[in-house]
Design a protein around this ligand. Structure first.
Ligand code: ADP
Ligand code: MG
Length: 632
């Protein structure tokens, strides 16, 4: 059996990544071991799963394990596993390239500032390549379970790597790290043991340690009494809560989530009843780089009686909780559960419903008892959680309580922190609705003419400026019996907030402004559905209002921007009869000039709510004409 050694080039991103990583993660270099052990453990999980249908893959060696060896003379540290292994093609695909979706977009974000990039790199998860933090040459040999030939991959972590076909008695992967100058402290069993215990104690299979170059030719270590198991070697989630330290929970998270940062919070419970399962679910502290990527691969891991079955991005957690990571281990599902079975399974539905409740409970607990943590959560994942109001009818009220908004009562520049309960608690006497406005930006929302009457009356209004907010408001209708009302839709109805005097004044204004309303109506023709006088405005002369049951102008613009065809409906123009411009218009006898003024009022109202003028050039001409008249 002879095969030539081939030299191949790394994908550009890999080269970039290697360089960056070595610089930015050096201060925390021992994590290389955690990453390689994490991969070895994943490989064992995969073999256990594939081996259920094809027991021959175990090659009469069913004891899954990880070995760590060090050789002082050769200055090498070796990490070996007897997991699934990799074929030649898999080595090329997994080790020479980064196949994650969104890779390019991720690299475009890198700034070259080592500190900032280190953070981003953690979020991306660099796994295997962390070997190059301590090694200047890495030799990986791997034989896929059930296959006869093995592949050796070797690289100095620069531009290229070599591949050759080799023989390997034991299935699985062996990685030899040729240490850089100055890394000799790693050639010490105490040091290595300490690293393993710190980062990898939670790994469910034994991690053995020994001096030497690796498992021997026959797959056995010659002098086996020197072998020592250094971890607890039981699946972390099966242990009792009292026996797990905070650090162990955190390190386990890094392993399951392929994340470098500590999680924000977690829920660990054994659930008994119709379905028996254990869940260990984490809220990360940072959004993954591909949270909005439909191709994203990460989710919650499903185990059945400790056997890894699959990582699922759809069935185990609803879309609006797609940031949750961790493990669900069922006692009742059949081991041969497939993706197809999962889709139909009522048992899975029950488990999922239970896990969703756990996650919501965890978030409720954070919001009540650890407001700072909850604010951090909201910043990263609030936008995603909001989707749940429309997506999860069963839990709508619970999710609504978890939402946080900015409102007219928020301080400038503050993070969204107003809950609907806060809002209701501050409602004015007689107020029976939750008022909100949607806009593209906070400035547009805050300064909208629609808010004027609310400011005057001291009524709080929620300022909704996230893309998902229209959907949230549209799906919610009401909260605890209080209707959600857009301030830019329908005729102004302040209900009991208006006193008799207000109502009487409004009536008189309507009567008195009939002529000017007709004038404007005539000038604008079918541009508008209706013109009416309003008490909603204080400082502005006019504003546009959508019909009570029609799409808001803001939503219409968003849909159009997204390339959707929408049948826009005509707005109603409301004018402020108290405003000097409107008074001027009322008094104007020149029909052409009145027409110009009316057109300008309409265009201004459209601009003020962030709309786009149909004919901007005519608007400019009219304004210039009016300015000239002023100065004349
Ligand atoms: P991640 O673990 O997040 O996928 P890594 O860089 O750590 O990223 O590993 C890349 C891929 O290489 C893994 O997904 C796996 O397919 C493969 N791989 C790495 N180490 C091993 C191993 N010991 N056995 C089998 N496959 C491995
Ligand atoms: Mg990994």
């Amino acid at each position: 059996m002879s095969a030539q050694k081939e030299t191949l080039g790394f994908q550009t991103e890999v080269k970039q990544l290697l360089k960056l990583m070595i610089h930015s993660l050096y201060s925390n270099k021992e994590i290389f071991l955690r990453e390689l052990i994490s991969n070895a453990s994943d490989a064992a999980d995969k073999l256990r799963f594939e081996g259920m249908a094809k027991p021959e893959l175990f090659e009469n060696d069913p004891e899954l394990k990880i070995g760590i060896f060090f050789d002082k003379d050769a200055r090498t540290v070796t990490i070996a596993d007897n997991g699934i292994g990799m074929s030649r093609d898999e080595v090329v695909a997994n080790i020479g390239t980064i196949a994650k979706s969104g890779t390019k977009a991720f690299f475009d974000q890198l700034s070259g500032d080592a500190k900032k990039d280190a953070n981003l790199i953690g979020q991306f998860g660099v796994g295997f390549y962390s070997a190059f933090i301590v090694a200047d040459k890495v030799t990986l040999s791997s034989r896929r379970a059930g296959e006869s030939v093995a592949t050796r991959w070797e690289s100095h972590g620069e531009g290229e790597y070599t591949l050759e076909q080799v023989e390997k008695a034991e299935r699985g992967t062996e990685i030899v790290l040729h240490l850089k100058e100055g890394e000799d402290e790693l050639l010490n069993d105490w040091r290595l043991k300490a690293i393993v215990r710190k980062y990898s104690d939670h790994i469910s299979i034994p991690i053995e340690m020994k001096k030497g170059a690796g498992y021997g030719e026959d797959g056995e270590v010659s002098n086996s009494d020197e072998l020592e198991v250094v971890n607890s070697a039981s699946a972390l989630w099966t242990r009792s809560k009292n026996d797990i330290t905070e650090e162990q929970y955190q390190e386990f998270y890094k392993h399951v989530a392929h994340d470098f940062t500590d999680p924000l919070a977690w829920s660990h419970a054994r659930v008994e009843g119709r379905q028996e399962y254990t869940e260990l679910l984490y809220i990360p502290s940072r959004a993954p780089f591909d949270m909005y990527d439909r191709e994203r691969k990460q989710g919650v891991k499903l185990y059945v009686r400790r056997v890894f079955i699959m990582e699922d991005t759809e069935k185990l957690m609803p879309h609006y909780l797609r940031f949750v990571r961790g493990v669900i281990d069922s006692n009742d599902l059949p081991l041969n559960v497939s993706r197809e079975i999962l889709q139909e399974s009522k048992d899975i539905d029950a488990i999922r419903a239970g896990c969703v409740k756990k996650v919501l409970g965890l978030l409720e607990d954070l919001s009540a008892n650890q407001p700072e943590k909850y604010a951090a959560f909201w910043k990263e994942f609030g936008q995603v959680l909001k989707e749940g109001v429309g997506e999860d009818h069963a839990n709508k009220e619970r999710i609504a309580k978890l939402l946080r908004f900015t409102s007219t009562a928020s301080e400038d520049g503050a993070e969204p922190s107003v809950s609907l309960a806060d809002y209701i608690g501050r409602m004015k006497e007689g107020q029976d609705k939750i008022y909100y406005i949607t806009a593209d930006t906070l400035a547009a929302a805050k300064n909208s003419p629609h808010l004027e009457v609310f400011k005057k009356k001291g009524v709080e209004v929620l300022l909704l400026t996230d893309r998902v907010d229209e959907w949230v408001a549209g799906s919610m209708f009401e909260f605890e019996g209080k209707q959600l009302q857009s301030v830019a839709k329908g005729a102004l109805d302040l209900g009991a907030l208006e006193d008799e005097a207000d109502k009487e004044a409004q009536k008189q204004v309507e009567e008195a402004s009939k002529p000017v309303v007709e004038k404007v109506q005539k000038a604008l023709g079918d541009k508008v559905k209706e013109v009416r006088a309003t008490a909603r405005l204080v400082d502005s002369p006019a504003c546009l209002v959508a019909g009570e049951h029609e799409m808001s102008a803001h939503l219409e613009r968003m849909l159009k921007a997204a390339g959707q065809k929408v049948e826009g409906s005509k707005p109603t123009l409301e004018i402020n009869p108290e405003h000097v411009l409107v008074k001027k218009l009322a008094a104007e006898s020149d029909e052409a000039r009145a027409g110009d003024l009316a057109a300008v009022l309409y265009d201004q109202a459209l601009l003020a709510e962030g709309g786009k003028l149909e004919d901007p050039a005519s608007f400019v001409k009219r304004i210039n004409k009016l300015m000239l008249e002023l100065s004349a």
